[in-house]
Design a protein around this ligand. Structure first.
Ligand SMILES: [Zn+2]
Length: 183
């Protein structure tokens, strides 16, 4: 059976997998794309699937659209009590296999390097408080183009150009350390 390999949203080419996520979240935005990339790295590196997700614990240091991506793709969710949010507004994430006290257990930490997802808007037409209804069609298209460009960068840059990715010790005392995990 022939499968459609990819689809487009606006000017952005997306995979079937990403399209499923977009349908779940409601739209394609830069932070969803970040969560998509973070999830793919974790899933490939630790072999996390929705089926084995209860064997893992994940965490995010923000409560942006990225956390929808992580829950949808990895199956680690707030409802299953294996996904934790400490919202300090940072794109820092961790994933670890249980049990946490296994010898040599290492957590995977993924930290965003550069704020490539913030669109640089030169004409100040669009700030967060502007109502979409008050914009002209031309302004909306221009804004969307800037957003699409940011999403394109996030989807296509190499893992190590977007993120610092490393393994670190991860024990049961993890959540009580003086040095916070997201720093
Ligand atoms: Zn979003």
């Amino acid at each position: 059976m022939a499968l459609v390999e990819s689809l487009t949203i606006g000017t952005v080419l997306v995979s079937q997998e990403l399209m499923g996520l977009v349908n779940y979240h409601g739209h394609l935005c830069p932070e969803l794309a970040i969560g998509y990339r973070v999830s793919r790295i974790a899933m490939n590196s630790l072999h996390i699937t929705r089926e084995n997700s209860l064997d893992f614990i994940a965490g995010a240091a923000n409560s942006s659209s990225a956390v929808d991506a992580i829950q949808y793709l990895t199956g680690c969710t707030i409802g299953k009590q294996n996904f934790f949010i400490e919202d300090v507004g940072k794109h820092v994430y961790f994933f670890v296999k249980k049990p946490l006290d296994a010898p040599n257990n290492k957590g995977l930490f993924i930290k965003m390097k550069t704020p490539v997802y913030y669109p640089r808007l030169t004409d100040c037409v669009m700030d967060q408080n502007v109502e979409i209804n008050s914009l002209t069609r031309e302004q909306i298209l221009k804004y969307r183009a800037v957003i699409d460009q940011a999403i394109g960068k996030i989807l296509h840059r190499a893992d190590n150009s977007l993120f610092d990715i490393h393994f670190a010790d991860f024990g049961k005392e993890f959540f009580y350390r003086d040095t916070r995990w997201f720093n």
